[in-house]
Design a binder for this molecule. Structure first.
Ligand code: SAH
Ligand code: MG
Length: 195
């Protein structure tokens, strides 16, 4: 894995304001993936491939990540990036809207990372649960959305997103099949460990 290229890709993404995984969030996920050593991972929201490439370090031997992205230009850039870093055998990009793609998938995953349209988090959760292996983990990034989710402010123009993020939190905290932590790292990270 070409770390120098990965660092360059990270810097470029940051300079273009692409909302890539934040360092403190990555640190938390890193620790968990190191223990889990997932064989199959699903990511919703590839952007330019940065997070998928970071996660690919911790895959089990022959492990792979399926990652979904709807913006064609980002898919193209992610493909180039993945080649530059030398992890094209580990990352499989699915181009299209996750809302349409997810119901067509019938794979089993050990870990899911949700990092796309906030208004769709409850749907992404439902679909991820359907494909999650026993003892699987679902991460949801941006779950606190700049603090809007935990405040009583709901006149914001992003209120649909906020309502759906709250719905996601409610579902995972009430689900007896999993234990959930909500961490204030980055823009908020939900970690749900399933039975
Ligand atoms: N995980 C990436 C960052 C993802 S940013 C990283 O940390 O490096 C969120 C991405 O999700 C954007 O590129 C956006 O185009 C994509 N996205 C948003 N809604 C989507 C949807 N419904 N289906 C597929 N991709 C989506
Ligand atoms: Mg994010």
């Amino acid at each position: 894995m070409n770390e120098v290229e990965l660092e360059k890709i990270k810097e470029k993404a940051l300079s273009e304001h692409i909302p890539i995984l934040m360092d403190d969030t990555l640190e938390v996920i890193d620790k968990i993936l190191k223990e889990v050593k997932p064989k199959r991972m699903l990511e919703i929201g590839t952007a330019v491939g940065y997070s998928a490439m970071c996660f690919s370090r911790y895959l089990d031997e022959d492990g792979t990540i399926d990652t979904i992205e709807r913006e064609h230009d980002r898919v193209e850039e992610a493909k180039e990036n993945i080649k530059k870093v030398g992890v094209e055998n580990k990352i499989n990009i699915l181009e299209g809207d996750a809302v349409e793609i997810l119901p067509t998938l019938n794979n089993k995953y050990d870990v899911v990372f949700i990092d796309a349209a906030k208004g769709k988090y409850p749907f992404f959760l439902e679909q991820s649960k359907r494909m999650l292996n026993k003892n699987g983990i679902i991460f949801a990034d941006n779950i606190l959305y700049k603090g809007y989710v935990m405040s009583d402010y709901n006149k914001h123009k992003q209120r649909t997103a906020v309502r759906n993020l709250r719905e996601y939190i409610k579902e995972v905290t009430e689900d007896e099949n999993c234990k959930t932590e909500i961490l204030e790292v980055g823009d908020g990270l939900a970690i749900s460990r399933f039975k």
